[in-house]
Ligand binder design. Structure first.
Ligand code: NAD
Length: 351
């Protein structure tokens, strides 16, 4: 099958990255053109030698176009996707795919009718820090994980313009939250049972500027997912506890390590330490004789790169790495996060 011709819809931060790098430098797909409603963005695209279209209808009428990549503000994804599918185009849509489950289901109806491929760009499934933790979860180097903490902390507030506005799908749950929640549900091989969430409104009350969600899975795994935009000192990207040890990934630089219990019958008690105005043995570091330190495992994806996978899905040769049912599960969880925060109570997921 020849390379798929993509038109990038929305030439902003993410769309231009797709056009130049992700689609632009890929052997399976190519940036055939660009369309943005803003004249200055069209101008920039032209200066960068991209072919631009004068309207979305022009894109959809062009028979040479196989697919569109939708990278516009969140509230516009549904209509743009439905229009493209109905015009016989395949669609890659940026995250969050839609504002809510109902919008997503409306797209799925059209996918069903048209038989076109629709995939959401959950690109952070390929992030190495995540893949390291997924490897720990699967290979159990520190035993079965029972607590997983996933965080991103920044101190720059909410970026851009539309991300501050509710009607455009602003806020951090729908922004970074979608990535972290998607990673968590993709990794933990057990149904989600319940969630308790708290949203933060440090910068104003229009949209959340951060949140903490406590997830409980049927297999007993507990996860804490946190996004903060007023954190001048960051907590680690990942902190995980297993039955035999603890792991940490500090940041996207992938620094971090594992500390495990030594498999030995010998018991060497820790030396008490001075803690504040007292002494403690409980909180003293374990004695060196009782622990083993190790480096983090490698984090490699055991699935194809996003656009390579998309190409093979269109060709009917591979299953999508990002399945639409999984995307829907994340939206269901997001709705429960908003409900939990509003009611200040634990919300249960339906089986
Ligand atoms: P942005 O504001 O930088 O760019 C959006 C662009 O869309 C603008 O140029 C705007 O003029 C254009 N636009 C708006 N409505 C349009 C329409 N109807 N038709 C054509 N163009 C239209 O925003 P961004 O940061 O690039 O975010 C765009 C999308 O990408 C969002 O859904 C966001 O969540 C997602 N995103 C994903 C990632 C990721 O890592 N996967 C990262 C950043 C953004």
């Amino acid at each position: 099958m020849k390379k798929l011709n993509f038109v990038v819809i929305g030439f902003g931060g993410m769309g231009s990255y797709h056009a130049r790098d992700l689609i632009g430098k890929n052997e399976f797909v190519t940036t055939y053109g660009v369309y943005d409603i803003a004249e200055d963005k069209q101008q920039t695209a032209t200066e960068e030698q991209f072919t631009t279209y004068q309207s979305y209808e022009d894109v959809l009428r062009d028979k040479a176009v196989d697919a569109v990549l939708i990278a516009t503000p969140n509230d516009s994804h549904k209509d743009l996707a439905i229009q493209a599918l109905k015009s016989g185009k395949h669609v890659v849509c940026e995250k969050p795919v839609t504002m809510d489950v109902a919008e997503f289901d409306a797209i799925m109806e059209v996918v069903e009718e048209t038989g076109k491929v629709f995939m959401v760009h959950q690109n952070r499934r390929w992030d190495e820090d995540f893949l390291i933790i997924r490897e720990l979860y699967r290979q159990k180097q520190i035993g079965d994980l029972f607590q997983i903490e996933s965080r991103v902390h920044g101190a720059n507030g909410i970026p851009g313009d539309w991300r501050h506005l509710k009607k455009h799908g602003g806020g951090m749950v729908l922004d970074w939250g979608v990535h972290l929640l998607d990673q968590m549900l993709f990794m933990v091989d057990s149904p989600l049972v319940s969630v308790y969430a708290d949203l933060s409104y440090v910068l104003g009350d229009e949209v959340d500027d951060g949140f903490i969600a406590h997830l409980t899975f049927e297999n007993g795994v507990k996860a804490q997912v946190e996004v903060g935009t007023s954190n001048f000192i960051k907590l680690p990207r990942w902190y995980v506890k297993g039955l035999k040890g603890t792991g940490i990934v500090h940041d996207w630089d992938l620094s971090g390590n594992l500390v495990m219990q030594k498999e030995t019958t010998e018991k060497v008690a820790p030396t008490p330490i001075r803690a504040g105005q007292g002494l403690t043995k409980t909180m003293a570091p374990p004695s060196e004789e009782m622990i083993v330190r190790d480096t983090l495992p490698a984090g490699k994806a055991d699935f194809s790169e996003f656009y390579e996978n998309f190409y093979h899905v269109v060709a009917g040769e591979q299953e999508p790495v990002v399945k639409n049912e999984e995307v829907r599960d994340v939206l269901v969880l997001i709705e429960k996060i908003f409900e939990s925060a509003e009611k200040n109570q634990v919300c249960h997921l339906e089986k």
